[in-house]
Design a protein around this ligand. Structure first.
Ligand code: SF4
Length: 290
């Protein structure tokens, strides 16, 4: 198992931390271009509750993020500017280029990570990303969540899995490192389907993967489904049993960026075990330590 820390150490020669940035203000699955209301699990913050204030400049946000961890990180740490919330390539190419330029000009930034949807990578945006990837390492994080188009409809993802396959191919060609997000525990998905999504991402050519247990946030469509008993969230053991099987499907050079995610505490309804970060870290260390 190749962890993100090991990968970063080998690539950058130091421990890397993410400086989360709010750049995008919406996504095409919210403003009606692709869909309305967004993916059923997504909060109104567009999965970016941990990033900084969108009103501040990119530089100001990076400074804030760095000052929060600098004591722990120490002077030798490097930072990745993480364009986290909403769909960060859903903008004009020049807007993205300017934002990336500003992030890269920060002396502490050694890489960029851009979270987006695979159907939001038109050629002009790809050109901007690929140009930047010639200058500095660029990671693009794609929210696949599931490879099943049936589940994708149910969660209102509003793009086909073939869009993902195409995006990975083009990003690979541009020398961009692809990280795929997969969610375990989506309604109506069997374990075999969840593992199928992992196989799919590997076969498509992803460089890295992030696993997340589906969690229910307040004021989402998922909340209504959960309250009416349409599905049950995964228990901790159940979730990590699936993760363990998923890890066995990964080639040795696939970077594991995350074994589980934690939702914003003030919005989290279930499963509550995902909120106890310390106990999850201890559990992961016990269960998955090499
Ligand atoms: S595409 Fe991303 S930001 Fe948009 S609704 Fe889905 S999860 Fe939220």
């Amino acid at each position: 198992m190749l962890t993100a820390n090991e990968h970063y150490k080998a690539r950058f020669g130091c421990k890397m931390y993410k400086a989360s940035i709010s750049f995008a203000r919406t996504c095409p699955n919210r403003d009606g271009t692709k869909g309305k209301g967004g993916c059923i699990f997504c909060s109104s913050g567009g999965s970016g509750e941990f990033s900084s204030c969108v009103e501040k400049s990119i530089t100001g946000q990076i400074d804030d993020a760095i000052s929060q961890v600098s004591k722990k990180a120490g002077p030798d740490a490097g930072y990745i500017a993480y364009f986290q919330s909403f769909t960060n390539t859903y903008c004009l190419p020049e807007e993205l280029a300017d934002a990336m330029d500003e992030a890269v000009s920060h002396p502490k930034i050694k890489a960029l990570s851009i979270a987006t949807r695979p159907d939001c990578l038109p050629d002009e945006i790809m050109e901007v990303i690929s140009e930047k990837a010639n200058q500095i390492p660029v990671y693009v994080e794609l929210g696949l969540q599931t490879s099943s188009d049936k589940t994708a409809k149910l969660i209102n993802r509003c793009y086909e899995t073939s869009n993902y396959d195409d995006a990975v191919k083009r990003l690979n060609q541009a020398g961009v490192n692809v990280i795929t997000h997969v969610i375990f525990g989506l309604p109506e998905e069997s374990e075999e389907q969840m593992l199928g999504s992992v196989r799919h991402a590997v076969n498509a050519g992803t460089d890295g993967i992030k696993f997340t247990c589906l969690y229910v946030l307040k004021d989402t469509v998922l909340e209504q489904m959960w309250r009416s008993g349409e599905f049950e969230v995964l228990g901790r053991e159940e979730y990590f049993d699936i993760v363990e099987k998923a890890l066995k499907l990964l080639p040795s050079d696939t970077v594991i960026h995350r074994l589980t995610g934690d939702g914003p505490k003030k919005l989290l309804l279930a499963p509550l075990w995902t909120a106890d970060k310390r106990s999850i870290i201890n559990y992961i260390n016990r269960r998955f330590a090499k």
